[in-house]
Structures are given as C-alpha cells and as structure tokens.
Design a protein around this ligand. Structure first.
Ligand SMILES: Cc1cc2nc3c(=O)[nH]c(=O)nc-3n(C[C@H](O)[C@H](O)[C@H](O)COP(=O)(O)OP(=O)(O)OC[C@H]3O[C@@H](n4cnc5c(N)ncnc54)[C@H](O)[C@@H]3O)c2cc1C
Length: 292
C-alpha cells in the first residue's frame, strides 16, 4: 500500500486531519467522536501529535492504534526528541513499525513547560534533522514528514538560517513538509518559493487551523508568531461569540480554495479533536461523504 509521500505525488489534493492524544476519558470520547464524524469523508491520512500539550508516549501510541485499527485511517504518529535518548527513540520507532505505521512526523519538539531553551537529553538528539537521519538509517521504508514555518520558527535568527536548517532536514531524508498554521496565504506562497530557491523540491502541505474565537487565534498567533490578517480580526470582532467558529471555518475554506487553485498539494486541518469546524470547512468546500 502507498505511503503519504506517494499519495502527495500521485493524488491531488491530499486531505489530512491532525489529532492530539487526550489527557482524560472525556478527551478520549471527544477524539473518537471526531474520528467517527470525519471518517465518512475519508481523509488520505490522519496524524496524532506526540508530547505536545501534555500527551505521553503511551497515549500517542494507544490512540494512533485505535485510529488505525478501529477506524482504518492511514495514521502518521508524530515523534519528538524531547526527553529521549537515541536508544529510546529507536525503541519507539520499533514499536511504531511493529504496530503497522508507515509514516512518521519527525520533530524536535518544544522545551518543556517553564523552560525557554531546548536542551537535548543526554544521549539524545538536538535537532529534527538528527531524528530524520536516525529514522532513515534504521527504518528506511518509513515515509517521513517534517515541520516547516512559513513565518519563520520563533527561535530562528532569520528566515534564511531557518530555511538552511529546513534544507538540512530534507537532505537527511524527509519526504514532505507540513507547515505551521498561517492565516495569510501569501506567507505560504512566499515560503514555497523560498524552499524551491534553495533546492527543496518536496511537497509542502499547508497546515490550517479552524479559528474558534478571537481570543484563541490571538493566543495562537502570539505563540507561533503568525500574522493575524486585519480582515480576519475585524470579522471575528464583529461576530457574536457563537458565530466566531463559523467565521473561522469560512476563512479556512477560503484559504484552502485559493491554496489549491495556486497549486498546493492538499491541506492539513488542525482539528483540535473537535469535529464541527472541520465538517463545516468540508461543507464549504463541497466535499461529500464517500459512498464506500
Ligand atoms: C506540522 C507540525 C507538527 C508538530 N507536531 C508537534 C508534536 O507532535 N509535538 C510537539 O511537541 N511539537 C510539535 N510541533 C511543534 C514543534 O515541535 C516546535 O515548533 C519545535 O519548536 C521545533 O520543532 P522542529 O521539528 O521544527 O525543530 P527543528 O527543525 O530542529 O528546528 C527548531 C529550531 O532549531 C533551528 N535549527 C534546526 N537545525 C539546526 C541546526 N543544525 N543548528 C542550529 N539550529 C538549528 C531551526 O531553525 C529552528 O529555529 C509541531 C510543529 C509542526 C509545524
């Protein structure tokens, strides 16, 4: 069966959804309800984060398996270097391989809460490129995705060094890039052009966040150093609280339409374990449930 990189080259547009491992039983219900609601639309793959927001190795594995085995999704678990030695990373990769996953999103990860600077674990890895290299050398059949930052990674001194580091990840063997969220498509178009100009020719899958409220998007933009377009901010400000998710879905659908028209290979939705906005976006895009 094909892996995500094959799908990205063969089929346009690819549609994917990102989940995060829940912290408790109520969260577990939400992720599974979201999976059930999205299943009929048959995303090409779903991904599940690792460590972000307090998730653990066990919960990522548990829910990745549930999504694969019970819902039959093509699942791409994420993996970060945070808190792991190389031996532990190899052990986790072996578990992923045994469980039947064929793709990994390879990340460095953020510093633990309260810490500003990423410090590698003793015997661990410093950069996502090291993890890509480790995977390529030991599990050459995995499809490997990496993160890319249209508006620059917050720690990077400038865009060109960030791009040079991204090139290192690609040269280490990554197959595709999924981007950090952005709300102004020009940031994506400029980023893809910059990638191509330094010889990064792999697919760049745009990551889209369905905005739920003005407060939420302001927090995310601050955290990721993403631009909040004034027209989106105005629409959210003018909308009643209960209508803000609709404004967010409409904006994301508008972004996706333009991205696809301009040649993006697909779209990746940060669903935040909530189905409504993702379903609303698919409805705006005219995507129908599959008959299968
Ligand atoms: C699509 C996507 C999915 C994500 N999923 C998760 C997740 O599941 N769990 C989670 O914890 N976080 C996740 N994140 C967040 C991510 O872990 C953070 O953004 C983290 O700060 C950087 O990870 P990275 O893989 O991009 O790191 P890297 O590619 O290693 O880059 C991190 C920083 O180091 C710099 N750098 C890279 N290589 C070098 C080098 N050789 N020398 C000097 N500097 C270098 C880069 O320019 C950048 O500023 C995700 C991000 C994205 C875009």
């Amino acid at each position: 069966m094909s892996t995500i990189p094959t799908a990205l080259h063969r089929k346009r547009p690819v549609f994917s959804v990102e989940f995060f491992p829940p912290k408790d039983d109520a969260g577990g219900q939400r992720i599974l309800e979201t999976a059930k609601a999205i299943l009929p639309y048959q995303p090409d793959f779903v991904s599940i984060t690792y460590g972000a927001g307090g998730g653990t190795r066990e919960t990522t594995m548990r829910y990745a398996r549930l999504l694969q085995d019970d819902y039959n999704f093509e699942v791409m678990p994420h993996l970060t270097c945070v808190g792991h030695t190389v031996d532990e990373l190899l052990e986790i990769l072996k578990d992923f391989d045994r469980a039947g996953f064929r793709n990994i999103m390879a990340l460095r990860g953020d510093p633990p809460k309260g810490e500003k600077v990423f410090k590698p674990t003793e015997g661990g890895l410093s950069h996502a490129s090291d993890l890509v290299e480790l995977i390529r050398q030991n599990f050459p059949a995995f499809g490997i995705g990496v993160g890319g930052y249209p508006e620059k990674h917050p720690e990077a001194v400038n865009e060109s060094t960030d791009l040079a580091h991204l090139k290192t990840k690609m040269d280490a063997g990554a197959d595709f890039i999924t981007t950090q969220l952005f709300f102004d498509n020009q940031a994506y178009f400029d980023f893809v052009q910059s990638c191509r100009s330094v010889g990064i020719n792999k697919p760049v899958l745009p990551g889209l966040l369905p905005v739920l409220s003005l407060g939420q998007v302001q927090r995310f933009c601050k955290m990721c150093e993403a631009t909040l377009p004034s027209s989106l901010e105005r629409r959210l400000t003018e909308a009643e609280d209960e209508n803000q998710p609709l404004v967010g879905s409409e904006w994301a659908a508008m972004q996706i339409r333009q991205l696809l028209e301009e040649g993006a290979p697909g779209y990746h939705i940060y669903a935040l374990n909530k189905p409504q906005s993702t379903l609303q976006i698919l409805d705006y895009l005219g995507i129908e449930k599959s008959a299968a």
